[in-house]
Write a protein that binds this ligand. Sequence first.
Ligand code: AFP
Length: 280
Amino acid sequence: MQDIIKAIEEASIKIKELIETGDTGKSEQENSTGDTQLKLDIASDVIIEDIFKTIPSIKAIVSEEQEEIVNLNENGEYLIAYDPLDGSSLVDVNLSVGSIYGIYKDNFDAKSIIASVYVVFGPRVEMVVAIDDVKMYRLKKGKFEFIQTITLDEKGKLNAPGSRQNCWAPFHKQLIDDIFNDGYRLRYSGGMVPDLHQILLKGGGLFSYPGTTDRPKGKLRQLFEVFPFAYTYEKANGQAVDGFKRALEVETTHIHDTTPCFFGSNTEINRVLEVYKKNG
Ligand code: AFP
Protein backbone atom coordinates (compact mmCIF):
# COMPACT_ATOMS: atom_id res chain seq x y z
CA MET A 1 0.00 0.00 0.00
CA GLN A 2 2.90 2.39 0.80
CA ASP A 3 4.12 2.10 -2.81
CA ILE A 4 0.71 3.35 -3.97
CA ILE A 5 0.80 6.30 -1.52
CA LYS A 6 4.29 7.18 -2.76
CA ALA A 7 3.02 7.00 -6.37
CA ILE A 8 0.15 9.38 -5.52
CA GLU A 9 2.63 11.79 -3.89
CA GLU A 10 4.77 11.75 -7.05
CA ALA A 11 1.74 12.30 -9.31
CA SER A 12 0.45 15.12 -7.10
CA ILE A 13 3.71 17.06 -7.32
CA LYS A 14 3.51 16.84 -11.12
CA ILE A 15 -0.20 17.79 -11.17
CA LYS A 16 0.56 20.84 -8.98
CA GLU A 17 3.03 21.97 -11.63
CA LEU A 18 0.46 21.27 -14.37
CA ILE A 19 -2.21 23.35 -12.60
CA GLU A 20 0.20 26.28 -12.15
CA THR A 21 1.41 26.35 -15.76
CA GLY A 22 -0.97 24.18 -17.84
CA ASP A 23 -3.58 25.15 -20.46
CA THR A 24 -7.00 25.40 -18.76
CA GLY A 25 -8.80 25.25 -22.12
CA LYS A 26 -11.31 22.68 -23.41
CA SER A 27 -10.06 19.65 -25.42
CA GLU A 28 -11.84 18.16 -28.47
CA GLN A 29 -12.64 15.02 -26.44
CA GLU A 30 -15.68 13.99 -24.34
CA ASN A 31 -15.71 11.58 -21.37
CA SER A 32 -18.08 8.62 -20.91
CA THR A 33 -21.01 10.81 -19.84
CA GLY A 34 -20.63 13.33 -22.63
CA ASP A 35 -18.83 16.00 -20.58
CA THR A 36 -16.26 17.91 -22.66
CA GLN A 37 -12.90 17.06 -21.13
CA LEU A 38 -10.57 19.90 -20.18
CA LYS A 39 -6.94 19.61 -21.30
CA LEU A 40 -6.03 19.54 -17.58
CA ASP A 41 -8.30 16.51 -17.04
CA ILE A 42 -6.55 14.54 -19.79
CA ALA A 43 -3.02 15.65 -18.85
CA SER A 44 -3.47 14.81 -15.14
CA ASP A 45 -4.98 11.45 -16.13
CA VAL A 46 -1.90 10.64 -18.23
CA ILE A 47 0.43 11.62 -15.34
CA ILE A 48 -1.36 9.27 -12.93
CA GLU A 49 -1.68 6.32 -15.35
CA ASP A 50 2.01 6.50 -16.37
CA ILE A 51 3.09 6.36 -12.71
CA PHE A 52 0.61 3.62 -11.71
CA LYS A 53 1.87 1.48 -14.61
CA THR A 54 5.22 1.22 -12.77
CA ILE A 55 3.68 -0.15 -9.52
CA PRO A 56 3.64 -4.01 -9.48
CA SER A 57 1.06 -4.22 -6.66
CA ILE A 58 -1.61 -2.54 -8.83
CA LYS A 59 -3.73 -5.10 -10.70
CA ALA A 60 -6.02 -2.69 -12.58
CA ILE A 61 -7.07 0.95 -12.68
CA VAL A 62 -10.09 2.88 -13.89
CA SER A 63 -10.26 6.63 -14.35
CA GLU A 64 -13.28 8.94 -14.35
CA GLU A 65 -11.83 10.31 -17.58
CA GLN A 66 -11.76 6.93 -19.34
CA GLU A 67 -14.39 4.48 -20.58
CA GLU A 68 -12.88 1.16 -19.54
CA ILE A 69 -10.84 -0.56 -16.83
CA VAL A 70 -7.11 -0.79 -17.66
CA ASN A 71 -5.45 -4.05 -16.55
CA LEU A 72 -1.84 -3.57 -15.41
CA ASN A 73 -0.34 -6.48 -13.43
CA GLU A 74 -2.01 -9.93 -13.36
CA ASN A 75 -0.42 -10.67 -9.96
CA GLY A 76 -1.23 -7.22 -8.62
CA GLU A 77 -3.18 -7.02 -5.34
CA TYR A 78 -5.05 -3.72 -5.61
CA LEU A 79 -7.62 -2.06 -7.87
CA ILE A 80 -7.69 1.76 -8.04
CA ALA A 81 -10.54 3.99 -9.25
CA TYR A 82 -9.60 7.67 -9.42
CA ASP A 83 -10.80 11.11 -10.46
CA PRO A 84 -7.60 12.76 -11.73
CA LEU A 85 -8.70 16.39 -11.25
CA ASP A 86 -12.13 16.85 -9.75
CA GLY A 87 -13.59 20.32 -10.18
CA SER A 88 -11.10 21.06 -12.97
CA SER A 89 -13.48 23.68 -14.34
CA LEU A 90 -12.59 25.77 -11.27
CA VAL A 91 -8.88 26.07 -12.09
CA ASP A 92 -9.31 28.93 -14.53
CA VAL A 93 -11.12 30.89 -11.82
CA ASN A 94 -8.31 29.98 -9.41
CA LEU A 95 -10.39 28.00 -6.92
CA SER A 96 -9.15 24.87 -5.14
CA VAL A 97 -9.53 21.50 -6.86
CA GLY A 98 -8.47 17.95 -6.06
CA SER A 99 -7.64 14.37 -7.00
CA ILE A 100 -9.59 11.44 -5.51
CA TYR A 101 -8.43 7.81 -5.24
CA GLY A 102 -10.40 4.76 -4.09
CA ILE A 103 -8.32 1.63 -3.40
CA TYR A 104 -10.26 -1.61 -3.75
CA LYS A 105 -9.48 -5.32 -3.22
CA ASP A 106 -10.80 -7.95 -5.70
CA ASN A 107 -13.78 -5.91 -7.07
CA PHE A 108 -14.74 -2.37 -8.05
CA ASP A 109 -17.66 -2.06 -5.62
CA ALA A 110 -18.51 -0.39 -2.31
CA LYS A 111 -17.89 -3.35 -0.02
CA SER A 112 -14.43 -3.93 -1.56
CA ILE A 113 -12.95 -0.48 -0.75
CA ILE A 114 -10.04 -0.82 1.73
CA ALA A 115 -8.46 2.65 1.58
CA SER A 116 -8.98 6.14 0.20
CA VAL A 117 -6.71 9.08 -0.63
CA TYR A 118 -7.56 12.59 -1.77
CA VAL A 119 -5.29 15.52 -2.56
CA VAL A 120 -6.36 19.17 -2.34
CA PHE A 121 -4.65 21.64 -4.68
CA GLY A 122 -5.29 24.96 -3.00
CA PRO A 123 -3.11 27.67 -1.45
CA ARG A 124 -1.31 24.61 -0.05
CA VAL A 125 -1.21 21.03 -1.30
CA GLU A 126 -2.55 18.58 1.26
CA MET A 127 -3.05 14.82 1.02
CA VAL A 128 -5.50 12.93 3.25
CA VAL A 129 -5.03 9.17 3.61
CA ALA A 130 -7.73 6.95 5.14
CA ILE A 131 -6.81 3.35 5.95
CA ASP A 132 -7.54 2.49 9.63
CA ASP A 133 -7.78 6.20 10.59
CA VAL A 134 -7.55 9.50 8.68
CA LYS A 135 -4.20 11.27 8.41
CA MET A 136 -3.38 14.58 6.74
CA TYR A 137 -0.03 15.43 5.12
CA ARG A 138 1.15 18.75 3.64
CA LEU A 139 3.57 19.29 0.75
CA LYS A 140 6.62 21.20 2.02
CA LYS A 141 9.76 21.65 -0.09
CA GLY A 142 8.85 18.68 -2.33
CA LYS A 143 7.98 16.29 0.54
CA PHE A 144 4.63 15.37 2.11
CA GLU A 145 4.95 15.92 5.88
CA PHE A 146 2.52 14.48 8.47
CA ILE A 147 0.36 17.24 10.01
CA GLN A 148 -2.48 15.67 11.96
CA THR A 149 -5.02 12.88 12.43
CA ILE A 150 -8.55 14.03 11.54
CA THR A 151 -11.70 13.16 13.55
CA LEU A 152 -15.15 14.72 13.17
CA ASP A 153 -17.13 16.07 16.11
CA GLU A 154 -20.70 14.80 16.68
CA LYS A 155 -22.17 18.04 15.32
CA GLY A 156 -20.86 20.80 13.00
CA LYS A 157 -21.60 24.35 11.80
CA LEU A 158 -21.17 24.19 8.01
CA ASN A 159 -23.67 23.44 5.24
CA ALA A 160 -22.67 22.72 1.60
CA PRO A 161 -25.81 22.13 -0.48
CA GLY A 162 -25.06 20.99 -4.07
CA SER A 163 -27.08 20.55 -7.30
CA ARG A 164 -29.77 22.69 -8.97
CA GLN A 165 -32.02 24.14 -6.26
CA ASN A 166 -34.94 24.51 -8.73
CA CYS A 167 -34.82 20.73 -9.19
CA TRP A 168 -34.87 19.86 -5.46
CA ALA A 169 -37.70 17.86 -3.89
CA PRO A 170 -39.76 20.17 -1.62
CA PHE A 171 -38.82 18.12 1.48
CA HIS A 172 -35.12 18.45 0.60
CA LYS A 173 -35.48 22.24 0.23
CA GLN A 174 -37.21 22.33 3.62
CA LEU A 175 -34.39 20.29 5.17
CA ILE A 176 -31.67 22.61 3.81
CA ASP A 177 -33.65 25.74 4.84
CA ASP A 178 -34.19 24.34 8.36
CA ILE A 179 -30.46 23.67 8.71
CA PHE A 180 -29.64 27.26 7.69
CA ASN A 181 -32.34 28.55 10.03
CA ASP A 182 -30.50 26.73 12.82
CA GLY A 183 -27.51 29.00 12.14
CA TYR A 184 -25.31 26.83 9.91
CA ARG A 185 -22.98 28.77 7.55
CA LEU A 186 -23.02 28.30 3.78
CA ARG A 187 -19.74 26.86 2.47
CA TYR A 188 -20.02 25.57 -1.16
CA SER A 189 -17.35 26.15 -3.83
CA GLY A 190 -18.54 23.74 -6.52
CA GLY A 191 -15.50 21.52 -5.85
CA MET A 192 -16.35 18.50 -3.69
CA VAL A 193 -12.71 17.94 -2.62
CA PRO A 194 -12.16 21.37 -0.97
CA ASP A 195 -15.79 21.41 0.28
CA LEU A 196 -15.52 17.99 1.99
CA HIS A 197 -11.99 18.80 3.19
CA GLN A 198 -13.26 21.97 4.90
CA ILE A 199 -16.07 20.13 6.70
CA LEU A 200 -13.58 17.44 7.86
CA LEU A 201 -11.05 20.00 9.15
CA LYS A 202 -13.67 22.26 10.75
CA GLY A 203 -15.09 19.35 12.74
CA GLY A 204 -18.36 18.74 10.96
CA GLY A 205 -21.46 19.83 9.09
CA LEU A 206 -23.24 18.58 5.97
CA PHE A 207 -22.35 18.25 2.27
CA SER A 208 -25.24 17.17 0.10
CA TYR A 209 -25.64 16.32 -3.58
CA PRO A 210 -29.15 14.80 -3.74
CA GLY A 211 -31.11 13.17 -6.49
CA THR A 212 -33.09 15.86 -8.32
CA THR A 213 -35.82 16.05 -10.96
CA ASP A 214 -33.12 16.63 -13.62
CA ARG A 215 -30.74 14.01 -12.14
CA PRO A 216 -32.70 11.45 -10.07
CA LYS A 217 -29.48 9.43 -9.51
CA GLY A 218 -27.45 12.51 -8.59
CA LYS A 219 -24.27 13.62 -10.36
CA LEU A 220 -21.37 12.31 -8.30
CA ARG A 221 -19.71 9.07 -9.39
CA GLN A 222 -19.83 6.07 -7.04
CA LEU A 223 -16.39 4.48 -7.56
CA PHE A 224 -14.32 7.64 -8.19
CA GLU A 225 -15.90 10.22 -5.85
CA VAL A 226 -18.59 8.94 -3.45
CA PHE A 227 -17.16 5.64 -2.12
CA PRO A 228 -13.65 7.08 -1.46
CA PHE A 229 -15.07 10.01 0.56
CA ALA A 230 -17.61 7.73 2.26
CA TYR A 231 -14.72 5.56 3.47
CA THR A 232 -12.84 8.65 4.71
CA TYR A 233 -15.88 10.14 6.52
CA GLU A 234 -16.71 6.85 8.25
CA LYS A 235 -13.07 6.42 9.39
CA ALA A 236 -13.23 9.99 10.74
CA ASN A 237 -16.23 9.15 12.98
CA GLY A 238 -18.74 10.66 10.51
CA GLN A 239 -21.18 9.14 8.06
CA ALA A 240 -22.01 9.05 4.34
CA VAL A 241 -25.45 8.03 3.05
CA ASP A 242 -27.56 8.10 -0.11
CA GLY A 243 -30.53 9.40 1.92
CA PHE A 244 -31.70 5.99 3.09
CA LYS A 245 -28.63 3.80 3.76
CA ARG A 246 -24.83 3.90 4.03
CA ALA A 247 -23.26 5.05 0.76
CA LEU A 248 -20.97 2.00 1.14
CA GLU A 249 -24.05 -0.25 0.72
CA VAL A 250 -24.95 1.25 -2.68
CA GLU A 251 -24.86 -1.34 -5.51
CA THR A 252 -22.72 -0.64 -8.61
CA THR A 253 -23.96 -1.96 -11.95
CA HIS A 254 -21.69 0.14 -14.23
CA ILE A 255 -18.27 1.68 -13.46
CA HIS A 256 -19.58 5.18 -14.24
CA ASP A 257 -22.72 4.89 -12.05
CA THR A 258 -23.65 7.95 -9.97
CA THR A 259 -25.60 8.13 -6.69
CA PRO A 260 -27.24 10.79 -4.49
CA CYS A 261 -24.93 11.40 -1.54
CA PHE A 262 -24.70 13.12 1.85
CA PHE A 263 -21.51 13.41 3.89
CA GLY A 264 -21.20 14.81 7.37
CA SER A 265 -21.02 14.49 11.12
CA ASN A 266 -23.48 12.20 12.88
CA THR A 267 -26.05 14.79 13.99
CA GLU A 268 -26.54 16.17 10.49
CA ILE A 269 -26.61 12.78 8.74
CA ASN A 270 -29.14 11.38 11.23
CA ARG A 271 -31.29 14.44 10.42
CA VAL A 272 -31.05 13.68 6.67
CA LEU A 273 -32.00 10.01 7.23
CA GLU A 274 -35.00 11.00 9.37
CA VAL A 275 -36.34 13.42 6.72
CA TYR A 276 -35.67 11.14 3.74
CA LYS A 277 -37.15 8.04 5.40
CA LYS A 278 -40.27 10.07 6.23
CA ASN A 279 -40.65 11.74 2.81
CA GLY A 280 -38.43 10.02 0.21
P1 AFP B 1 -16.66 19.42 -12.46
O1 AFP B 1 -15.54 18.45 -12.34
O2 AFP B 1 -17.51 19.26 -13.71
O3 AFP B 1 -16.24 20.85 -12.20
O4 AFP B 1 -17.73 19.07 -11.31
C1 AFP B 1 -17.29 19.14 -10.00
C2 AFP B 1 -18.16 18.12 -9.23
O5 AFP B 1 -17.98 16.85 -9.72
C3 AFP B 1 -17.90 18.15 -7.74
O6 AFP B 1 -16.60 18.46 -7.42
C4 AFP B 1 -18.84 19.22 -7.24
O7 AFP B 1 -19.22 19.02 -5.90
C5 AFP B 1 -20.02 19.12 -8.17
O8 AFP B 1 -19.54 18.49 -9.35
C6 AFP B 1 -20.54 20.48 -8.53
O9 AFP B 1 -21.71 20.29 -9.23
P2 AFP B 1 -22.75 21.51 -9.42
O10 AFP B 1 -22.02 22.47 -10.31
O11 AFP B 1 -23.96 20.87 -10.04
O12 AFP B 1 -23.07 22.06 -8.05
